[in-house]
Design a protein around this ligand. Structure first.
Ligand SMILES: [Zn+2]
Length: 198
C-alpha cells in the first residue's frame, strides 16, 4: 500500500513524545486528518507558538510567559526560604502539593559524572549570586534521591554553608532512585516537613 508521506511525518513527530508508541502515533495522525480545518489550525498554531511564548524566568529559571515568573513576582511568598530543584517539573510537583511557600531556584539538572554534566552546566553561579543578596536564611535542597541528586546536594551544601545559611535536605519517604515529580503530594509534603540539616 502507498505510504502517505504527510501522515508519516506527523506520526514520526508524535512518536517523539513520551508515552506515545508507533500505534498511538498512527491513530493520532489519522484523528488529526479527520479534524475540522479550524481545529487543526488552532492545534498547529498552539504547537508553533509554544517555544516562542514560553521562556525561562531570569531570576529562578522557572518557565513563564511574563518577564518574571509568578512565584518570583508574588509578594506573599516567604523570601527567606528557598528550595533548589533540578527541573521545573519538580517545582510544579511542589506547587501542586501546596506545602511550600518560599522561593525556588531551578538548577537545570544535576551534577552527573555518567552524563558528563558538571557544575558549569547548571545555574549554580546564579544561585550563589541570589544567596549573596543576604535575604535567604534557609535553602532546602530538593534534588532527586539518586546518586547524582545526592552528589549535587552535598556539593551545594559545601558551597552554601560557609555563607551562614541553613542548608536542609528533604526527608524522603521515597525510594532511592525515584523521581520527585512522580511522588504524590502527601509524600512530597511529608518529605518537606521532615527535612533535615545536611
Ligand atoms: Zn522566577
Amino acid at each position: 500500500m502507498e505510504k502517505l508521506k504527510a501522515l508519516e511525518r506527523v506520526e514520526d513527530s508524535l512518536a517523539k513524545l513520551p508515552s506515545v508508541g508507533k500505534k498511538s502515533a498512527e491513530r493520532m495522525a489519522y484523528a488529526m486528518l479527520e479534524m475540522d480545518d479550524d481545529d487543526l489550525n488552532e492545534f498547529s498554531d498552539a504547537v508553533k507558538s509554544l517555544k516562542s511564548s514560553i521562556h525561562v524566568c531570569p531570576i529562578c529559571g522557572n518557565l513563564t510567559e511574563s518577564s518574571i515568573c509568578d512565584i518570583c513576582g508574588d509578594s506573599s511568598r516567604d523570601k527567606t526560604l528557598m528550595m533548589v530543584v533540578s527541573y521545573s517539573k519538580d517545582l510544579i510537583a511542589f506547587e501542586k502539593a501546596g506545602s511550600f511557600h518560599g522561593l525556588y531556584h531551578i538548577l537545570g539538572g544535576t551534577i552527573s559524572v555518567s552524563k558528563g554534566k558538571n557544575i558549569d552546566d547548571l545555574s549554580i553561579p546564579q544561585l550563589i549570586s541570589r544567596l549573596k543578596e543576604g535575604k535567604i536564611s534557609e535553602v532546602v535542597i530538593a534534588t532527586n534521591p539518586t546518586i547524582d541528586g545526592e552528589t549535587t546536594a552535598l556539593y551545594l551544601a559545601r558551597v552554601i554553608e560557609p555563607m551562614n545559611i541553613r542548608v536542609t535536605r528533604l526527608a524522603y519517604g521515597l525510594p532511592m532512585g525515584g523521581n520527585l515529580d512522580y511522588a504524590d503530594s502527601l509524600t512530597l509534603s511529608k518529605a518537606l516537613e521532615g527535612r533535615t540539616k545536611i
